[in-house]
Design a protein around this ligand. Structure first.
Ligand code: PEP
Ligand code: MG
Length: 877
């Protein structure tokens, strides 16, 4: 018979898929001898079966649970639901992948009107017993029975107001006893029944609620965002309670073994005295730094510091630990691999290697390539910051810089974002219901909560800028106002947040480019040790080329020459060339463009020196270059001495219904060879100029949109003729290669023939995806969302390569190309060249390089290294 319930002593850290992360780690900590309150875990398989059983708890499961509960009674010497020493338990969710705050938890379960009296007698602390009872009623009502917690919070605020006190800790036993009565009335009012006194019933309802929370909307959104499968289910941990709210010798907290924002090797944490766990996470009171524990309870502090070392050494990674102190005894309630910023991730990975705790290969595997994007995020331009009024300072909860209009609810933030507005979400504190609002904001500002509050943890995970616990601001969510100093800001006003300093500024501050941390270079050096594919950049000018080199590019894989012509002065000549009706007219326009082109190439070569540069000959979708407005047409007409009507007529004749399938790429060169002739002349002449400076440039000349070998032969022939005439005219030669993009399905299918004439292939997977799917690159955004929402496609094929279809064409073209030209160089320059999943595919088909936009180069380098490690191409060094 399948076993659905495991005592903590029966599990270990490798049983995450069955016991969930929390359950597996509670078991591991128990078994390495740490002080974990005893308990047991109901498996993820039980959650899946619960769904299959029509959301009911079946008898075998209940028998197993109550058997384990009886064992827990024996182990703790307490009894559940009655007796002089009542057993109280926590019921917590725990899925395979951590989903902080997304699912539900119930504490202090097992309290009723009888056990609360026993608890008073046993603890001698009436205040603590009623505090626990009121917490339980609120959590149970909210989580298990769907009574909004605002009902209870409102009652608590009222009580504090009646008593004239600030904090819940200022309420005494009789206040809390009265609050318990009021809470029970709320329960009865809302649910038309009394608060359940049968503790087994309490447990069953709570278990169902935690299972159900696997599918609550915020958990579903979180899983979608983090690409976590919906089929995994959550485990449920039932654990005997220890009490951080027992008085001044008790407390509870959260700590990281290293700083999760910077990676500094120093325990970083927060705790609250006389409180239970949810108080810290929800940011109800502002917590104390862990350092302060040293003076309050030195022995506990020392023991805790030792424990953090034990855990980090055991797991060989930075840990995020939850603990409770009950009457000066330390208990561990959770450990997990800590979430961290990209900066911290890189610093920790490098430090752990240098401390000899992990290998370089392990460190490379530990960082999600997407995370590096955070490191490349801009910060504010420091000079500009000085010109903006500092409104307030909060905690620097998640780095980055953001400016935008303020909105006070998640829904209004989403609505504003849909209108294209940059949003700063401003909340008292965030809760998991705010997740959609957070996703749609540039930055998040909260008035309450510490560095481990929900807002801080979730924003860090998203790589979003966040300032938390900003006590200088007063937020009225109903009136939609934020008071700060003597100012009242309303919805739509613009502020800026600096997530690295906690600064909140008035107005929008321009950003500076990012400076990378020192360890970044060290880490990227590890990456280079393992990657086997080269990473090049798509760069069209010297500025992009410099950025690419700075970020570790090993060449240019795509220089889109049409992008060189967008500037005002040049576009006129390009237009003249396009609308020219005679060869003479076209040649005259091209003659004007030649010096610009040559200079462009010289500038790029000067940056790239001897690194490979692939220059793609002109591929202008005509609609991007034709004069559109009457004004433009008039300007071009005047400058080429034609009448407006005549030119308008020419433009109309050139109009295309499907410009992306129109007279572009090499098709244009078949009609007008002189365009490509001018370009190769510029490419080669520029390389010859470099040679004179002793820089050996070997340009790779790439022809776009080839669909047949004969087409390539036709174009190559006149290109070589033109190149030879440059050699003759200058008396100099340079090495060069001519290759083609593979971006038309027919080219992929006839790659063996094409490879006989091409020295390299570069897969243009943007067009290959467009033509393979028959989805327009420019318009498919309108319907692709429906495809992913309805599960027809798992992702947009324009972002991640469709391996089953377009990937099959790429793979086939590689095989066919190598058959006739074994030494052919293979690369990719479509957007997929910067996408980690697509890069793993490129590794699997043996491409020589990937090419992507400069800012994605580090991501591509890391993804390439991980792909080489995963497919066994490289091993630990
Ligand atoms: C491609 O089609 O993948 C490509 C790189 O070319 P472009 O995006 O310029 O069409
Ligand atoms: Mg293309």
């Amino acid at each position: 018979m399948k076993k659905f319930v495991y005592n903590f002593k029966e599990g270990n850290k490798d049983m995450k898929s069955l016991l969930g992360g929390k359950g597996a780690n509670l078991a591991e900590m128990t078994n390495i001898g740490l002080n974990v309150p005893p308990g047991f875990t109901v498996t993820t398989e039980a959650c899946i079966q619960y769904d299959e059983e029509g959301k009911t708890l079946w008898p075998q499961l209940l028998d197993e649970i109550f058997e384990k509960l009886a064992q827990l009674e024996d182990e703790t010497g307490k009894t559940f639901g009655h007796g002089e020493n009542p057993l109280l338990v926590s019921v917590r969710s725990g899925s395979v992948f951590s989903m902080p705050g997304m699912m539900d938890t119930i504490l202090n379960l097992g309290l009723n009107d009888e056990t609360v009296i026993s608890l008073i007698k046993k603890s001698g602390n009436e205040r603590f017993a009623y505090d626990s009872y009121r917490r339980f009623i609120q959590m149970f009502s909210d989580v298990a029975m769907g009574v909004s917690k605002s009902n209870f919070e409102h009652e608590l605020e009222k009580m504090k107001h009646e008593k004239g006190c600030e904090n819940d800790t200022d309420l005494d036993a009789s206040d809390l006893k009265l609050l318990v009565e009021r809470y029970k009335e709320i329960y009865k009012r809302e649910l038309k029944t009394d608060f359940p006194q049968d503790t087994k019933e309490q447990l069953k309802l709570s278990l169902k609620a935690v299972f159900d929370s696997w599918n609550n909307p915020r958990a579903v959104i979180y899983r979608n965002l983090n690409e976590i499968s919906h089929k995994l289910g959550t485990a449920v941990n039932i654990q005997s309670m220890v009490f951080g709210n027992m008085g001044d010798r008790s407390g509870t907290g959260v700590a990281f073994t290293r700083n999760p924002a910077t990676g500094e090797n120093k325990v970083f944490g927060e705790f609250l005295m006389n409180a239970q766990g949810e108080d810290v996470v929800a940011g109800i009171r502002t917590p104390l730094s862990i350092d302060e524990l040293e003076s309050i309870m030195p022995a506990v502090y020392n023991q805790f510091m030792k424990t953090t070392q034990i855990l980090e050494n055991h797991y060989r990674d930075m840990q995020d630990i939850e603990f409770t102190i009950e009457d000066e005894i330390l208990y561990l309630l959770q450990t997990r691999t800590g979430k961290r910023t990209a900066k911290a991730a890189v610093n920790i990975a490098v430090d752990l290697v240098e401390e000899g705790k992990i290998t370089k290969l392990e460190s490379v595997g530990r960082i999600d390539p997407h995370m590096l994007e955070q490191l490349l995020h801009p910060s504010f331009d420091e000079k500009e910051v000085k010109n903006h009024e500092l409104l307030a300072k909060g905690l620097p909860a998640s780095p980055g810089a953001a400016s935008g209009q303020i909105y006070f609810t998640a829904d209004s933030a989403v609505e504003a974002k849909e209108k294209g507005i940059s949003v700063i979400l401003v909340r008292q504190e965030t809760s998991p219901e705010d997740i959609a609002g957070m996703i749609n904001s540039e930055g998040i500002l909260t008035a309450r909560g510490g560095m481990t509050s929900h807002a801080a943890v979730v924003a860090r995970g998203m790589g979003k800028c966040c300032v938390a616990g900003c006590q200088d601001i007063r937020i009225d969510e109903h009136a939609k106002t934020m008071k700060v100093k003597d100012m009242v800001l309303t919805e739509g006003d613009v502020i800026s947040l600096d997530g690295s300093t906690g600064g909140v500024y008035l107005g929008s501050i321009p950003k500076a480019s990012t400076s990378l941390i020192e360890n970044f270079e060290v880490f990227m050096q590890y990456v280079n040790d393992f990657k086997t594919m080269k990473v090049r950049a798509n760069a069209d000018n010297a500025r992009d080329a410099r950025k690419a080199i700075e970020l570790g590019a090993e060449g240019i894989g795509l220089c889109r020459t049409e992008h060189m012509f967008f500037d005002e002065e040049r576009i006129l000549n390009v237009r003249k060339m396009i609308v020219a009706e005679t060869l003479e007219e076209r040649e005259a326009a091209l003659k004007l463009l030649l010096p610009y082109q040559k200079q462009d190439f010289i500038e790029i070569y000067e940056v790239m020196k001897e690194l490979p540069v692939t220059i793609r000959l002109l591929d202008p979708p005509l609609h991007e270059f034709l004069p559109n407005t009457d004004e433009d047409i008039k300007e071009v007409a005047d400058s080429i001495g034609k009448t407006f009507d005549h030119l308008k007529d020419v433009v109309e004749r050139l109009h295309e219904f499907n410009p992306m399938l129109g007279h572009r790429g090499c098709r244009l060169a078949v009609t007008y060879p002189e365009i490509y002739k001018m370009q190769v002349r510029a490419i080669i002449a520029a390389a010859i100029d470099m040679k004179k400076e002793n820089i050996d440039v070997n340009p790779e000349i790439m022809i776009p949109l080839i669909c047949a070998k004969s087409e390539l032969v036709y174009i190559k022939t006149f290109l070589i003729e033109e190149i030879n005439s440059v050699f003759e005219e200058t008396g100099e030669t340079v090495e060069y290669t001519i290759g083609t993009m593979i971006e038309v399905p027919r080219a992929a299918i006839t790659a063996d023939e094409i490879a006989e004439e091409a020295e390299f292939f570069s897969f243009g997977t943007n067009d290959l995806t467009q033509m393979g799917f028959g989805f327009s690159r420019d318009d498919s955004g309108k319907f692709l969302d429906d495809y992913t929402k309805k599960g027809i496609l798992d992702y947009s094929p324009f972002e991640t390569l469709d391996i089953a279809g377009i990937g099959k064409m790429v793979k086939m073209a590689c095989t066919l190309g190598r058959e006739t030209n074994p030494g052919i160089k293979l690369g990719i320059c479509g957007e997929h060249g910067g996408d980690p999943k697509s890069i793993a595919f490129c590794q699997s088909v043996g491409l020589d390089y990937v090419s992507c936009s400069p800012f994605r180069v580090p991501i591509a380098r890391l993804a390439a290294a991980q792909a080489a490690i995963d497919d066994g191409t490289v091993r630990d060094k």
